[in-house]
Design a binder for this molecule. Structure first.
Ligand code: HEC
Length: 122
């Protein structure tokens, strides 16, 4: 018979390792999101946006607002914003890169992870 103590220890260990795995996979997603953001044939978001908290991005894009404090938005809002910005701002200059299949849903998830991690309000 396996003891209650042992079961508890197993449950705690697996909770800890899940947290570590989640942190690692979010880090990978953030890295991927940055790449989509700067890559011309992918998001090319830097053409229009500067990014608070990431000085490695050229801060010259000024057609759209400087992206800041985006951790204040729900993830789903940002996903929708990138999928089709016309839904929140009709006739916006921002292209609907998800709806037009220029970038994938996974790439949008990565962009959201990158933007929320980078532009955190302190
Ligand atoms: C052609 C220029 C252009 C490109 C390219 C562009 N955007 Fe935008 N973006 C805008 C403009 C203009 C706005 C402001 C109007 C609006 O909200 O639609 C905006 C707004 C946003 C907002 C809302 C910001 C806020 O504070 O509410 C987010 C988030 C965003 N863009 C992310 C992105 C991402 C990620 C990409 C790349 C996939 C991207 N944008 C590409 C022009 C652009």
């Amino acid at each position: 018979m396996i003891s209650v103590k042992k079961l508890l220890a197993i449950a705690i260990m697996s909770a800890i390792s899940t947290t570590v795995v989640n942190a690692a996979s979010n880090e990978a997603l953030v890295k991927e999101g940055r790449k989509v953001f700067v890559t011309k044939k992918q998001g090319n978001c830097l053409a229009c946006h500067a990014v608070q908290g990431d000085p490695s991005i050229p801060q010259t894009g000024d057609i759209g607002p400087k992206l800041a404090n985006l951790d204040a938005y729900p993830k789903a809002y940002l996903f929708e914003k990138i999928w089709d910005p016309n839904k929140t701002v009709p006739n916006t200059l921002m292209p609907p890169m998800g709806r037009s299949h220029k970038i994938t849903k996974h790439q949008i998830d990565a962009l959201v992870a990158y933007l929320q991690a980078t532009t955190k309000s302190k």
